[in-house]
Ligand binder design. Structure first.
Ligand SMILES: NC(=O)c1ccc[n+]([C@@H]2O[C@H](COP(=O)([O-])OP(=O)(O)OC[C@H]3O[C@@H](n4cnc5c(N)ncnc54)[C@H](OP(=O)(O)O)[C@@H]3O)[C@@H](O)[C@H]2O)c1
Length: 253
């Protein structure tokens, strides 16, 4: 029963599709009311309907994570409608280009950090008072296996996600006495829109999966269910940690 999220109030960013949508639905299945955020309101409304169909309250709080004021307003509105916040998942993020660092425009580097790192700072600062008022709160940040070793041609993305791992550890220490746990999920290759470009043809896909011992794509629910674990009392003594879910990718010699 310690995996239950009955009575918990959650906010998930980047919940219009992919991993964020999967986490929002898994939270609802585990008993939580869920506020969902992203830019695409139409898709968010569809996800909200799916949450409602599971018998839980759903709140759409659309925001672009580049816009600090909009993020603050979305967190405030989520907390107001749900009556507080016990769980926050910083999932919005990603990467849209691949280039050697020597040729990279600095604007690309900066945008990647704004999307993947500053966004988390905006949400964390806005959510902090609500999480601290909960007394039993959990924040989950989405990093990536790209942060573990080098990330050639994606140095911007690897460095941004490595920053998330560091930020998670700092917040875990700063917030432990206030009853807020902070952990990171590190997915490997998961089948979402973000990795669509690796499935354009068989050769590209084979190359992507060549270093994955389990020889397949991870599925969204395989990240969503560990997120339920990190959000719930099942992980009550766990903070500042990184949970790698990658089909064995990072243990390959
Ligand atoms: N898929 C993988 O293999 C993989 C591996 C490691 C880590 N991750 C990480 O896991 C997270 C989710 O990835 P995913 O595969 O589910 O990606 P995805 O399918 O591309 O979904 C990204 C989500 O983030 C939202 N988003 C993007 N830009 C945004 C912005 N400026 N403001 C607000 N929301 C924004 C998108 O919604 P809108 O477009 O509606 O705004 C969408 O809901 C990301 O942080 C990613 O880096 C993914």
């Amino acid at each position: 029963m310690s995996f239950s999220l009955e009575g918990r109030r959650a906010l998930v960013t980047g919940a219009s599709r992919g991993i964020g949508r999967g986490i929002a639905l898994a939270f609802a299945e585990a008993g939580a009311d869920v506020a969902i955020s992203a830019r695409d309101e139409k898709k968010l409304n569809d996800v909200a309907q799916e949450i409602s169909a599971l018998g839980r309250k759903a709140v759409v709080v659309a925001a672009d994570v580049f816009d600090r004021d909009a993020v603050q307003a979305s967190v405030a509105s989520a907390a107001e409608v749900l009556g507080g916040l016990d769980i926050v998942v910083n999932n919005a993020g990603g990467n849209s280009f691949s280039v050697p660092l020597a040729d990279m425009r600095i604007s690309g580097w900066t945008k990647t950090f704004e999307l993947n790192v500053e966004s988390v700072v905006h949400v964390a600062q806005a959510a902090a008072p609500h999480l601290m008022a909960s007394g039993k709160a959990s924040m989950i940040n989405l990093s990536s296996v790209a942060s573990v070793g080098g990330a050639p041609f994606m140095s911007h993305y690897g460095a941004a996600k490595a920053a998330i791992s560091s930020l998670t550890k700092s917040l875990a220490i700063e917030w432990a006495s206030a009853g807020v746990r902070v952990n990171t999920l590190l997915p490997g290759w998961i089948e979402t829109d973000l990795t669509e470009f690796l499935r354009v043809d068989d050769d590209t896909e084979k190359m992507a999966l060549a270093r994955v011992p389990m020889q397949r794509w991870g599925r969204v629910h395989e990240i969503a269910e560990p997120a339920v674990f990190l959000a719930s009392d099942a992980s009550a003594f766990m903070t500042g940690q990184e949970l790698v879910i990658d089909g064995g990718l990072t243990v390959m010699p």
